[in-house]
Write a protein that binds this ligand. Structure first.
Ligand code: NOJ
Length: 540
């Protein structure tokens, strides 16, 4: 099997708006990222996934793009972007651009033209439908941001489709011209020297709205193969598709090398384990660790030698992992390190989301006026109208809302955590005086150094990248597995709970590779794992 650079590295996601503000306007920017490249080099990452930096009216913080070949004013200019690429490349860090091509902004020139006139050459760039016989929406497809997925457009008397906000009309991928425009735009960025693309909701592009097919449409894989051929196929780029409906079975379609589609996908099955059976992200349920093991082990096994996994706990759409599945109170440090070890030791490319490496936590709100995210705000009003209790809605937002991950990065203990000298666009988490990068770098036992060590270990030990995966049978709350490679064996043992848990293995220990406690131990037989304890040992 051909080996690729994107299998060997660790990726770091930056949400530019909240990373670092260089000019005091309260909004992070490209120069702010450049200022922090040395910090990222010290962490050891090999690529940055940059959430969208293109021109946008910011209805969905940049995921609504009005010009794919221009930079958002608040973030800087194309010169800044080129400087970022050059400075990152100099440090051995590639830049992965966010490719948002399921939809554009309604302020994109194509949509402005399309909505003017049914005969516009741009009309067919989007998806239009006549009202149903009774004058209502063409069908009952719903938006991921609440309400109908159809919006009536007065001017021409038709509805257009928007799977996200009304200001994010869906592109019509059936139209060859749309596909060509997208490929040209991708080549524009490839020519600038980027390292790849993260593809936003890419499993929606094959949709057939009239048949109410959204994800996994019949032409999805044809489009991806065409895209591969016309753009990145000849370059060794990292391509990762955001695929909310991927299963271990169909994920091979995307990432099996001979199919020439993508490097890997972001699957959602593990992220969907702490919700109720109705699949509604806001209806919470406690995490069942046994289920988590089952799901992750299945992905490890299925993609084994045939495809490639991405590994993640966090991104800009998910709550902070230490608050979600760790313990962000008494065992914050211990559980954050455990989660890091568990994830980075699996087979696949790990992704770290800004602030995860210092154990940043969720930021609860007590009133909807404190929320900025369109998804939470729309859901709040929809549920209120349906008669839900305000307290319950806020509890859902506090557990799952996207603002949790989008609070500004905490760099130090000074005003606004060193994120900005102005007024931050979104309030910081109050705990920034205790949880910030400056303190993390000063504390030799900080979460940061666990991440740094994991990344360094990956550079030195091919077993971490290429070794096979095998789950170990344990009590539910213990997650343990082997990695095996060319006669070498590593045993990973983690306690996914705040209680002491039993573990026993007859394996003979050779040496400890990494751990999150200072315990000295010489045997693996009948041990009591401390709350959130994690270790990796090489065994005979
Ligand atoms: C997925 C992105 O990650 C999310 O932030 C965005 O709101 C939707 N796609 C729409 O682009």
């Amino acid at each position: 099997m051909v080996q690729h650079w994107w299998q060997e590295i660790v990726v770091y996601q930056i949400y530019p708006r909240s990373f670092n503000d260089s000019n005091g306007d309260g909004i992070g920017d490209l120069q702010g990222i450049i200022e922090k490249l040395d910090y990222l080099k010290e962490l050891g990452i090999g690529a940055i996934w940059l959430s969208p930096v293109y021109q946008s009216p910011n209805d969905d913080n940049g995921y609504d793009i009005s010009n794919y070949e221009a930079i958002m004013d608040e973030f800087g200019s194309m010169d800044d972007m080129e400087e970022l690429l050059a400075q990152a490349n100099q440090r051995g860090i590639k830049i992965i651009m966010d490719l948002v091509v399921n939809h554009t902004s309604d302020e994109h020139a194509w949509f402005i033209e399309a909505r003017k006139d049914k005969n516009s050459p741009y009309r067919d760039y989007y998806i239009w439908a006549n009202p149903a016989a009774d004058g209502t929406t063409p069908n009952d497809l719903t938006s991921f941001f609440s309400g109908s997925a159809w919006k009536f457009d007065e001017e021409t008397g038709q509805y257009y489709l928007h799977f996200f906000s009304k200001k994010q009309p869906d592109l019509n991928w059936e139209n060859e011209k749309v596909r060509e425009e997208v490929y040209n735009m991708m080549n524009f960025w490839i020519d600038k020297g980027i390292g790849g693309f993260r593809m936003d909701v890419i499993d929606l592009i094959g949709k057939v709205p009239q048949e109410k097919i959204s994800t996994n449409g019949p032409k999805l894989h044809d489009y991806l193969q065409e895209m591969n051929q016309k753009t990145f196929g000849e370059h060794d780029l990292l391509t990762v598709g955001e695929t909310m409906a991927a299963t271990p079975e169909n994920a091979k379609l995307y990432s099996k090398p001979e199919r020439k589609e993508l490097s890997m996908v972001f699957q959602f099955q593990h992220m969907n384990l702490d919700i109720q059976a109705n699949g509604e992200k806001w209806d919470l349920a406690p995490l069942d660790v046994a289920k988590l093991k089952e799901v992750l082990a299945k992905w490890q096994k299925e993609l084994g030698d045939e495809g490639w996994n991405s590994l993640y706990w966090n991104n800009h759409d998910q709550p902070r992992i230490v608050s979600r599945w760790g313990d962000d109170d008494q065992y914050r440090v211990q559980s954050a390190k455990m989660l890091a070890i568990l994830l980075h030791m699996m087979k696949g490319t790990p992704y770290i989301y800004q602030g995860e490496e210092i154990g940043m936590t969720n930021t609860p709100i007590s009133d909807i006026s404190e929320a900025a995210d369109i998804e939470s705000i729309n859901m709040y009003h929809e549920r209120l109208a349906k008669g839900y209790d305000k307290k319950d809605i806020l509890a859902s937002i506090n557990a799952k809302g996207r603002d949790n991950a989008r609070r500004p990065m905490a760099w130090d203990s000074s005003t606004n955590a060193g994120f900005t000298s102005g007024k931050p666009w979104l309030a910081l988490n109050d705990n920034y005086k205790d949880i910030n990068v400056e303190l993390a770098l000063k504390g030799p036992n900080s979460i940061f150094y666990t991440y740094q060590k994991l990344i360094q270990l990956r550079k030195e030990n091919p077993i971490m990248i290429w070794g096979s995966f095998q789950l170990v049978d344990t009590v539910d709350e213990v997650f343990s597995y082997y990695r095996k490679y060319k006669g070498q064996r590593w045993l990973v043992v983690t306690n996914f709970s705040s209680e002491v848990q039993p573990f026993s293995s007859e394996d003979e220990m050779k040496k400890v590779i990494i751990q999150n406690t200072v315990d000295e131990f010489t045997t693996l037989e009948n041990i009591n794992l401390q709350p959130w304890q994690a270790f990796v040992v090489e065994v005979e």
